[in-house]
Every structure is written in C-alpha cells, then in structure tokens.
Ligand binder design. Structure first.
Ligand SMILES: [Zn+2]
Ligand SMILES: [Zn+2]
Length: 170
C-alpha cells in the first residue's frame, strides 16, 4: 500500500497523486511533532528527520510512505532538496516549497514523488533527461523530464516491485 503522509502542506488534496501513480493509495491523518526538525541557523528543516518519520510508519514489505510538506528542506551538503528517499526502504519525503504553484506545481510534485518512489524500491539516477529518474538540480531539469520512467528504468522498477509484492494498479 502507498500511503501519503501530509506534514503541514498547502496541497489541498494530497490524494492527487493517486491519479498519476498506479498504486493502491491512502492518505494518513496523524499529527507528527515537527519542532526538532527545524534548524534556526538555516531557517530550514532537516530532510532526514521527516524521512525517518515516513520510513518508520511503513510496516509491511509492500508499504511505501510518501511524506508531503511545504517546508524548505535541506540535508548534508545540499543547500536544499526537492525530496529525499530511503533507498531500498519504506519511506520518502517531498517538499513543494520550491516547486512554484498552480498546475505547474502539481506536475512537478508528481514527478518528484515518482522519482522518490523509484529510489525507495531501489532505482538509481538515470542519464536519460526525459526519464523521471534523472537527477533534478533545478526546476528546469524537473520540467524537462516526463512523469514516468524510461523503458529500461520501468522494466527494472516493475521487477523490483514484484520482489516487494507490490502490484501496479493501472
Ligand atoms: Zn534522486
Ligand atoms: Zn531511466
């Protein structure tokens, strides 16, 4: 099961992803304490903290938990991140803070989610600029890529999903 875990997000319907991502999808409603995640020196939030919460929330082999927040996230040496995933794990987090607004934001958010889900099941970055697994350094990169995996990533994605007993619900 794919779970959406909204953390202070202005996205009105976090379930919007279910239109694009063919998994069984459910929105979780729970309160998560975010105080420790804020870094007052940077005025940003710690991506790792959110990621841990999401990963812990996944219980079964086929669980993937996608956190969604408006907060501006950073991690390690990266000044900001659009998203972060636990590779071969259960969770990922995406931030809409730098994704603009309106329809464009929705589209970018979907790309980021599909990208991070790819990492969660074990995919690496892809050199194909049109592939959703291409690394985005800027919104320009995000806008260039499509909302789905290239053929070779898709093949790998589907076989990785089978190992976790996740079945696409097209
Ligand atoms: Zn990535
Ligand atoms: Zn690819």
């Amino acid at each position: 099961m794919l779970y959406m875990l909204p953390f202070e997000t202005s996205v009105e319907d976090p379930n919007v992803l279910s239109e694009e991502i063919p998994f069984k999808n459910q929105v979780l409603e729970e309160h998560v304490e975010l105080e420790d995640m804020y870094d007052p020196n940077r005025g940003q939030y710690k991506g790792r903290g959110y990621l841990e919460v999401c990963s812990k929330r996944g219980e079964k082999l086929d669980d993937i938990v996608i956190g969604l927040t408006d907060h501006d996230l950073f991690t390690g040496h990266l000044n900001f991140i659009f998203g972060l995933a636990e590779k071969d794990g259960k969770g990922c987090i995406i931030s809409t803070h730098r994704l603009g607004d309106g329809e464009k934001m929705k589209e970018r958010m979907i790309k980021e989610a599909v990208h991070e889900i790819g990492h969660v099941v074990g995919l690496e970055h892809c050199s194909n600029r049109r592939c959703v697994m291409h690394f985005s350094n800027s919104l320009l990169d995000t806008d260039k890529k499509s909302k789905w995996y290239c053929r070779s990533c898709e093949k790998r994605f589907e076989s990785l999903l089978k190992k976790r007993r996740i079945f696409l619900d097209y």
